[in-house]
Design a protein around this ligand. Structure first.
Ligand SMILES: Nc1ncnc2c1ncn2[C@@H]1O[C@H](COP(=O)(O)OP(=O)(O)OP(=O)(O)O)[C@@H](O)[C@H]1O
Length: 302
C-alpha cells in the first residue's frame, strides 16, 4: 500500500510556543486516519501543515509524495479540504459556491456542471442548491463544504472537525458520506474531539495532547492495549474503594464513580458484591474516552 502522508519529527512553533512537538505519523492510501484530542492539542496546526497553508518549523513532511515547502501548488490541486470554520461565500448559493471552485480548478463548463450536480446529489443538497448560504442550517453548510472539497476529485480528503456543533442526525449523515468516500478508495484524514466519531470512522488514529502524540493504533487496539475490553463503574464509597485496594485492583476516580478497567468484569463484580453488599455498579464496553482518561487523567472535553 502506498504511503500518502509521512511526517517525521514534525514541529510547529509560534514564537517560543511549540504547538506541535516533533510528531511522527504515516498514513496509507485508502485509510481513514484520525487525530483525536482535546482543544488546543495541536490537531488543526498539524492539518494546516498537511494542507500546505502553514509552513513547518522543523522535521520532514511528505504529502502525496511531495514536500509542502516546495510543491504546495501541486499538492493543493490533489487535495480536498474541509476546514474547521465553514468558509463558504455567504452571499452566494450552494451551487454558485461549487461553481466558483470548479472555475478555480479550471474544470471545463460541461464537466463542471455534471460534477457539481453529482456532488450536490451526493450530499443531499440538490433541492437547496439555489438557496443563499446565509439561509442554510449548520448541517447543510457542512455538507456543502464537503461537496466543495470534492470538486477537484481529490484522492486525499483532509477534514478538520467535520461534525463539530452539528446535531446527531446531521452528524450521522456526514459519517455515512465519509464512509462512502472511503469505499471509493479515497484516503480520509480527520481531526476530532468526539471519541464516537473516531471510533466509528477511523481505521487507525493517534491521540494528541499538548502538541504531542500519546498513542497510535486502531480504536480496538488502543482500547484493548490501554484499558481491556470492559469498564466496571461502581459508586465510589469508602467500602468499595478499600475493597478494590485490598484486591490490588486499579481504578480511576471520576465524579462519584470508581472506574475499573478490566478484562474480567465478573471476577471484580463478585469480589465487590461479596464484600460490600448492595452497591450500585454497572459494566460497559471501554471507549476511547476511557483511553484518554487513563493516559492523561482528564476527559477529552473538559
Ligand atoms: N497562529 C497561532 N499563533 C499562536 N498560537 C497558536 C496559533 N495557532 C494555534 N496556536 C496555539 O497552538 C495550540 C494548538 O492549537 P490547535 O488549533 O492546533 O489545536 P487543536 O487541537 O486543533 O484544538 P481545537 O480543537 O481547539 O482546534 C493552541 O495552544 C493554540 O492556542
Amino acid at each position: 500500500m502506498q504511503e500518502v502522508i509521512r511526517a517525521e519529527n514534525l514541529e510547529k512553533r509560534f514564537g517560543d510556543f511549540v504547538a506541535v512537538k516533533g510528531v511522527d505519523f504515516s498514513i496509507t492510501e485508502g485509510e481513514a486516519f484520525g487525530f483525536l484530542g482535546p482543544n488546543g492539542a495541536g490537531k488543526t496546526t498539524t492539518m494546516r501543515m498537511v494542507q500546505c497553508v502553514s509552513p513547518r518549523s522543523r522535521g520532514d513532511l511528505e504529502v502525496l509524495g511531495m514536500d509542502p515547502a516546495t510543491h504546495a501548488r501541486e499538492i493543493k490541486a490533489l487535495l480536498g479540504v474541509v476546514p474547521q470554520e465553514d468558509n463558504l461565500d455567504p452571499e452566494l448559493t450552494g451551487y454558485e459556491n461549487l461553481r466558483t471552485y470548479a472555475r478555480y480548478f479550471g474544470i471545463p463548463g460541461e464537466e463542471a456542471e455534471e460534477r457539481i450536480a453529482r456532488l450536490l446529489a451526493f450530499v443531499q443538497m440538490e433541492k437547496k442548491q439555489d438557496v443563499v448560504i446565509e439561509h442554510l442550517s449548520g448541517g447543510m453548510k457542512r455538507r456543502l463544504v464537503l461537496a466543495r472539497a470534492l470538486v477537484n476529485d481529490p484522492r486525499l480528503l483532509v477534514l478538520d472537525e467535520p461534525t463539530t456543533g452539528l446535531d446527531p442526525q446531521a452528524r450521522h449523515l456526514i459519517w455515512d458520506q465519509l464512509r462512502g468516500l472511503q469505499a471509493e478508495g479515497r484516503t480520509i484524514v480527520l481531526t476530532t474531539h468526539y471519541m464516537e466519531e473516531a471510533e466509528r470512522l477511523c481505521d487507525r488514529l493517534v491521540i494528541m495532547d499538548h502538541g504531542g502524540i500519546l498513542v497510535e493504533g486502531s480504536p480496538a487496539d488502543l482500547i484493548g492495549r490501554t484499558i481491556g475490553r470492559q469498564i466496571l463503574e461502581a459508586e465510589a464509597v469508602p467500602l468499595v474503594l478499600s475493597c478494590l485496594e485490598r484486591h490490588g485492583i486499579e481504578y480511576d476516580l471520576v465524579g462519584g464513580s470508581a472506574l475499573v478497567p478490566t478484562d474480567e468484569p465478573v471476577r471484580v463484580t463478585e469480589a465487590l458484591l461479596e464484600e460490600c453488599g448492595a452497591i450500585r455498579l454497572a459494566t460497559r464496553p471501554a471507549t476511547l474516552e476511557d483511553v484518554f482518561l487513563k493516559l492523561t487523567g482528564r476527559r477529552l472535553r473538559e
